[in-house]
Structure formats: C-alpha cells, structure tokens
Ligand binder design. Structure first.
Ligand SMILES: [Fe+2]
Length: 277
C-alpha cells in the first residue's frame, strides 16, 4: 500500500483518523456478462485490485475510525462486480459515495446523465446496497458527509441536505468523487496530461476553453452546481474535502483553511490516512 499521510487541524479534543480510499475500479466479469463486457475485464490489468482493496480495508479497520471511499469502487456494472461491491459495502466502517464508473455499463459508450445513472441503479437492484448519492456519518465529533458529484454536477436537493448536516453544529468533512476546480490542481493535471481536460467540477469558461466540445459540455457547471460550490467555499464549518477521480495524489486549498485532498487510485494501492486533530 502506498499510504499518504495528512493532518487537518480542526480543534478536536481527541484525534480522529480517516482512511481515504477511492477509485478501486474493480473489473470482475464472468459468464453471466456479454462478450463486450467480458473484454472490459482486462482493464487496468497490471494490478491486483481486489487484494489492494482488501489490504486498504484491513488497514482502515485496524488503524482508523472510519474508511471513506469516494467512488469508482467498480469500473463498470457487471454481475460479479456488483455482488462483490455489495459485500464490501456491508462493512459498517465504510462510508461510500459514488463515482462515475459505479454506473458505467461499457465505460464511455454513452452520454452519462441522470437517466443513464438511474437505469444502471435499477439494474443493480437498488444500487450497491448503501446510499450512493448522499450519506453522512458522525465519528469522534466530526460529521463526514458524502455527496455524489461523479458527473461533475451537484443538485439542489444535495445542497438542502448538506445545510441540514451543517445545522448539526459539528465540523464537516466533505467527501465526493470529482475534485472542485482550483487553479494549481488544474495546472498540475494539465502538465501531467497535456491536451486532456482537468476533469474537475466547477471549471469556469476560461478554463473550459481548451477542452474538446464534448468535454466542455460534459463538465460545464450548471446553476445548482455553482450554488453548491459557493456554499462549500463560504461555510466555515466545512473543514476539508476528500476526492478522487484523477488517479493522482494532490493537496491544495480551495480557500484559506479549506484543504482539498485528491487521493490516488486505490486500484494501484494508493490510500491516504487523514488525522483530524
Ligand atoms: Fe472517476
């Protein structure tokens, strides 16, 4: 396991430890899937993804108060992937929020919108068996809130619910799949992947300009998304953001005192232990 360690100072009497994992991208297939899907079973073939996930969860269970998984647990919807993921998520020490791949049928074959997502959700027979779009858990006096933004968008009902969580009066740690736009992260990702989009939620038009038409349409924030981002940046009880999606480790601040952690792909062994003090 390649374990990053980070600390966030929020004034707790006793430290709380979170293990942040993301992007496990499980690719289990079997004879119940069609040939096109079985071929996807070779994606990210160089890593033992289940073993890495097992090791991360074992570490989190022993060393941390909560394991936070920010999505792309599965790479695509297959019978074996869904069965495996449902078993993993029965572990009550894991708080999960969905990523784009958790609803993907054949990885990028179609325009992914709410109808596409809900079709997959129904096919999985109630998703992955735990709340996928909004969830919260209180641990050691900290409220960890997971919100699905895997298609680069938030919805107004999620903002409404987040405000109810904030009203509980505890420090809030937010967890979602797609990192929010931040200049240094945008630049870093663009340096590492010239010509590719930065895959961030909340890019303004200036930063969408180099994107292909498809990616700009896909990643352009709508009004509810902008409302959510404005709220996140202005609400003082929100103390840190955990995100994934980019398969790289990165840490920066959205504003002074609000760190955003991007944690690398769990499929290749990355994880981040965050100590809240
Ligand atoms: Fe993703």
């Amino acid at each position: 396991m390649q374990l990053e360690r980070s600390t966030v100072k929020i004034g707790l009497e006793r430290p709380v430890k979170l293990l942040h994992i993301t992007d496990s991208h499980l690719t289990l297939v079997d004879g119940r899937d069609d040939g096109r899907k079985r071929a996807l079973g070779n994606r990210l073939g160089g890593w033992d993804k289940e073993e890495n996930l097992r090791e991360q969860i074992a570490y989190g269970e022993e060393m941390c108060d909560l394991i936070v998984h920010t999505g792309d647990l599965i790479d695509f919807v297959s019978k074996a992937n869904v069965e495996y993921a449902k078993k993993v998520l029965k572990n009550e020490k894991i708080l999960f929020t969905a990523g784009n791949h958790d609803f993907s049928q054949y990885v990028g074959e179609s325009w992914e919108d709410k109808a596409y997502k809900m079709n997959s959700y129904m096919q999985m027979d109630g998703g992955l068996g735990v709340p996928m779009f909004f969830a919260s858990r209180t641990v050691g006096g900290v409220n960890v809130v997971g919100i699905d933004n895997g298609y680069y968008l938030f919805e107004d009902w999620q903002l409404w619910r987040l405000k109810r969580e904030v009203e509980k009066g505890l420090p809030v740690i937010l967890a979602f799949h797609d990192p929010l736009f931040e200049e240094s992260l945008y630049r870093r990702h663009t340096e590492l992947h010239p010509g590719a989009p930065a895959y961030l939620a909340g890019c303004d038009e200036e930063h969408l300009l180099p994107y292909s038409e498809f990616r700009a349409v896909q990643q352009r924030p709508d009004a509810p998304t902008l409302r959510m981002i404005e709220y996140i940046k202005s609400e003082p009880s929100i103390r840190a953001i955990l995100s994934g999606h980019l398969h790289m480790n990165y840490e920066s601040e959205l504003r002074e005192g609000l760190p955003q952690f991007v944690t690398g792909g769990g499929f290749c062994g990355c994880a981040r232990e965050i100590t809240l003090v």
